[in-house]
Design a protein around this ligand. Structure first.
Ligand code: TRP
Ligand code: ZN
Length: 898
């Protein structure tokens, strides 16, 4: 049905190898903002492994074709059209030279070659290279690249591309040139160039084999004071990949460049990573602890792509998770090792908890809507729409399951075999799975379903204790529940689920585990059950007392576990489980259950109340000095409004907000004394330290402040927040104080303190775009009230001189923050939020389709909301569907309305 409405569906099943191969590419650029001339000389030959084609069809977009030569002679049979260049009757093996012109200054899509802040940048993944020159722009065509850049020396003193610098020098008329060579074959999506007025922080390090490497972080001159942390993160990443995976940096030189106009986080171009400034620039005054951690993770992620993505790349874009899921897994493990080493389980768990929170809130939601797709999708209209939570985050969970099944050593053996077999190739997710299976002597045929089935699996658990026999049986049943139609189509059979479990005794300690048929209990008190059937029973023997099960420890699979714990049992797990992840999980289950009940009551106008036992369970965590501050902060943070709304049979953001606020206020008032204590005890006086410990103290202290701002009389919180704002020597504390002031004032339609702090914040950081993004975001996500709805504030901020729709970071800071991170205000009954959303999607569609499509996705779960909201959303979606032009947005809204 959707196929006739959207004619250009690309299917995985239609994959065919390219008819021609390109072995070498020599590019020459004459860089001029409005008119850049590109000369592209390629060595082309027929692919011996493909059927013979009469024509060579190259992709090209938004290019002005100038001319073609074959083996040095003009070639007349080249026909340029809207999507590329068709060359008739070409020889079997030849040199092809193409000349074309593009307009980087007019390129607001930020795909291909574009100008930002007066400098040139490229973004080629997934299909941007064809906006630079005509090419076989697909990842299974790999070539070696030589790049010559020519430009005005005064305007573009720095000229960078992939690989090693071969030569540079002056040219007549104030121009200069640089020639770069990348010794490694690569697909076109990894090509990059940068030209402009930039400066670098440099460092020379020795890699594992003793070779010297030049590392550079390139930024605009005024940002040089914010590059140290990115450089340190890069050095740590290089060491980590050597130690954990035996993978060494393969170039003499590795560069990171920061750009403020960028569609996503960062890009792993070979030897020349290009980053959103948000994931490079940081010092204590401008960046929060979260920013510091994100920078470390993204620098790691892009660096790790050098092996997982670049040395071994994807055969086609359906295999995207081959590089993204694997590389997210690697960056998650890197961050966990940086926080807790290999053995500090509690410190590692904080990272695990944060990652699982993202997965559940964002990926589970994706699985529940019209964009649901398997980790390896079967079809797409626009590939940019498939850089998703499923491909990245669920993909990472799939890779993590191999490690859970085979252990770290078994996983490493699989990785070694993967590189041994496939270095230099463009391969598939199946190739990866086979390497892991073969290295561990296993058949992983069933595991393939993790790649081909969409939807979030549900595992329901039944337990039975037989006191006379001292046997404890655990029956697991898997299915997908009431899955979204897009997911249901793909579901064929049971999955291999590694299900980690422990049994806890009455004293709170783990019991020894012996499965029926085993001769003795194992030393470890967590076992990974291999759950492969629709229903399967595992029986533990010698179980001396009725245990409490600790299920899916460390979140060993991306599934939903259904088990009827009582509130007392959850409180017990929260106090005792030896698995830190499940301790947190018990608190979340307890809170979620209460909040769902309360939201149901709020929806029907019944008065709200919260049981004292729940308050007591939270009080115990708050005051438990044996728990790390970072863990306590995570345990005391309630599930987000978006997550809770998604759990309701009919999402009702207003009811969820009322319930969550009620609980926050109740916890604030009941534990006022404790919050104040925690606030005082976890101050971090003195110089700012960017360590996980200091960050944990700040996180817990600022959580306390946010609860104190909920007090019926917030005067004390306002005093503390104002003082904290004024005294702050770091952005974590300053932003937290400002947020507390805004929320404390919300009920009264604002306060003098809040306004003063907002004005001060703007003046203080006027010259720091990333901080001004925070200024917009804090206002867009604030609580608001009936007298002062946030939509009014947002609309006014749209006219602020610092607002700029063309800059994705700025658009996200105001528009996305409001539409996707302030559900109670966005989903106002009058539909004002939806009308605003539609206007912005339409406006962005004309500027930058990739960014517009991301915003378009914020209404995709519309069918799951209450009837009034549903109708408002449908109207907004229909308006967008009738106006938009891009394939990107069209795919999203058509799938949503289908
Ligand atoms: N491959 C990049 C990463 O995950 C992300 C990416 C894909 C990207 N497409 C992009 C970044 C377009 C910017 C623009 O690391
Ligand atoms: Zn990536």
């Amino acid at each position: 049905m959707a196929d006739t409405a959207t004619p250009n569906v690309i299917r995985r099943a239609d994959y065919a190898p390219p008819a021609f191969l390109i072995d070498t590419v020599a590019l020459e650029f004459d860089l001029v903002p409005e008119r850049t001339v590109v000369r592209n000389t390629m060595r082309v030959r027929r692919n011996p492994d493909a059927s013979r084609a009469a024509h060579l069809e190259l992709m090209g977009e938004q290019l002005e074709f100038v001319g073609a030569q074959i083996d040095g002679l003009p070639f007349a049979n080249a026909h340029a059209h809207e999507h590329g260049l068709l060359l008739d009757n070409v020889p079997d093996n030849f040199e092809l030279t193409l000349t074309s012109v593009c307009n980087p200054a007019a390129n607001t899509t930020l795909s291909g070659l574009y100008v930002s802040g007066g400098n040139f940048f490229t973004q080629c993944e997934a299909e941007g290279f064809r906006r630079i020159t005509y090419f076989l722009d697909r990842p299974d065509v790999m070539a070696t690249f030589t790049v010559t850049l020519r430009a005005s020396k005064a305007d573009y003193p720095v000229l960078l591309s992939n690989g090693n610098l071969l030569e540079e020098g002056d040219l007549p008329d104030g121009r200069h040139f640089a020639r770069w060579e990348d010794p490694f074959r690569k697909p076109s999506y990894l090509f990059a160039l940068v030209a402009g007025k930039l400066v670098a922080l440099e460092e020379r390090v020795k890699s594992g084999s003793g070779k010297e490497k030049l590392l550079q972080v390139w930024v605009e001159p005024h940002d040089l004071d914010k590059t140290r942390h990115a450089m340190d993160s890069l050095i740590h990443s290089i060491r980590w990949d050597e130690e954990r995976f035996g993978l060494e940096l393969d170039l003499d030189r590795f560069m990171i460049v920061a750009v403020s106009d960028f569609n996503m986080g960062a890009m792993e171009n070979k030897g020349l990573n290009i980053f959103n400034t948000k994931y490079v620039l940081a010092n204590p005054e401008t960046a929060t602890d979260t920013d510091f951690a994100n920078i470390e993770a993204v620098v790691g992620h892009e660096y790790f792509h050098n092996w997982t993505g670049n040395r071994v790349t994807c055969r086609d874009w359906f295999q995207l998770s081959l590089k993204e899921g694997l590389t997210v897994f690697r960056d998650q493990e890197f961050s966990a090792d940086m926080a807790g080493g290999a053995t500090d389980e509690a410190a590692r768990a904080t990272k695990r908890i944060e990652d699982v929170r993202v997965l559940r809130q964002m990926q589970f939601a994706e699985d529940a809507g019209p964009m649901a797709h398997p980790v390896r999708p079967e079809s797409y209209v626009e590939i940019n729409n498939f850089y998703t939570m499923t491909v990245y985050e669920k993909g990472s969970e799939v890779v993590r399951m191999y490690q859970t099944l085979f252990g770290r050593d078994g996983f490493r053996k699989g990785m070694d075999l993967y590189f041994k077999r496939h270095d230099g190739q463009a391969v598939t997710c199946d190739d990866f799975r086979h390497a892991l299976a073969d290295a561990n002597g296993r058949d992983l045929a069933q595991f393939e379903r993790w790649y081909s089935q969409a939807g979030t699996p549900r595992v329901s658990v039944r337990t039975r204790y037989d006191a006379a026999q001292q046997r404890y049986s655990v029956t697991l049943r898997q299915g997908y529940g009431d899955a979204a139609p897009a997911a249901r189509e793909t579901q064929k059979g049971p999955l291999l689920i590694p299900f980690a479990i422990g049994l806890i005794g009455k004293d709170g300690n783990d019991l020894p585990l012996r499965l029926e048929g085993e001769t003795k209990a194992s030393a470890v008190t967590t076992r990974v059950l291999e759950f492969t059937q629709t229903e399967q029973t595992f029986t533990f023997v010698d179980v001396a007392e009725e245990p409490l099960p600790s299920l899916l420890r460390n979140f060993s699979a991306p599934v939903i576990v259904e088990y009827d714990y009582s509130a007392d049992q959850l409180a017990f797990l929260l106090a005792h489980d030896s698995d830190p992840f499940n301790r947190w999980e018990a608190g979340q289950r307890l809170a979620t259950r209460e909040l769902m009940t309360l939201a149901g009551r709020a929806a029907t106008g019944v008065a709200l109340q919260l049981d004292d036992s729940v308050v007591a369970a939270f009080a115990r965590v708050l005051t438990d000095e044996t728990l790390s501050p970072a863990f306590r902060e995570l345990a005391l943070m309630l599930p987000s409004e978006a997550y809770l709304a998604e759990q309701m049979a009919e999402s009702n953001p207003a009811a969820v907000h009322a319930a969550r606020q009620f609980v926050r206020k109740r916890l604030a008032n009941a534990l006022r004394h404790e919050w104040l204590n925690v606030y005082e005890q976890h101050r971090t006086p003195g110089a700012y330290e960017a360590t996980p410990e200091a960050g944990g103290h700040r996180a817990l202290k600022n959580l306390a402040l946010s609860y104190l701002a909920e007090l019926d009389d917030p005067a004390e919180a306002v005093r503390l927040a104002s003082a904290q704002y004024d005294a702050a020597n770091n952005m974590t504390d300053r932003a937290a104080a400002l947020s507390a002031l805004l929320n404390a004032a919300a009920a009264n339609g604002g306060s003098a303190e809040a306004q003063q702090a907002l004005d001060d914040f703007y003046r203080r950081f006027e010259k720091e775009p990333l901080v001004i993004d925070k200024w917009f975001a804090l206002q867009a996500t604030q609580r608001g009230s009936a007298q002062r709805p946030v939509i009014d504030i947002v609309r006014k901020l749209m006219t602020h001189p610092a607002f700029n729709l063309k800059n994705p970071n700025r658009a996200r800071s105001l528009i996305f923050s409001f539409c996707a991170a302030n559900p109670a205000q966005f989903h106002a009954e009058d539909g004002a939020g939806y009308a605003f959303w539609a206007d912005q999607v339409i406006a962005l569609d004309a500027i930058n389709p990739q960014v517009a499509a991301r915003l378009a996705r914020s209404l995709e779960l519309w069918r799951r909301f209450t009837p009034t909201l549903r109708e408002g959303m449908r109207a907004a979606l229909e308006k967008v569907a009738s106006r938009v032009k891009s394939r990107d947005v069209r795919e999203i809204v058509e799938k949503a309305l289908a």
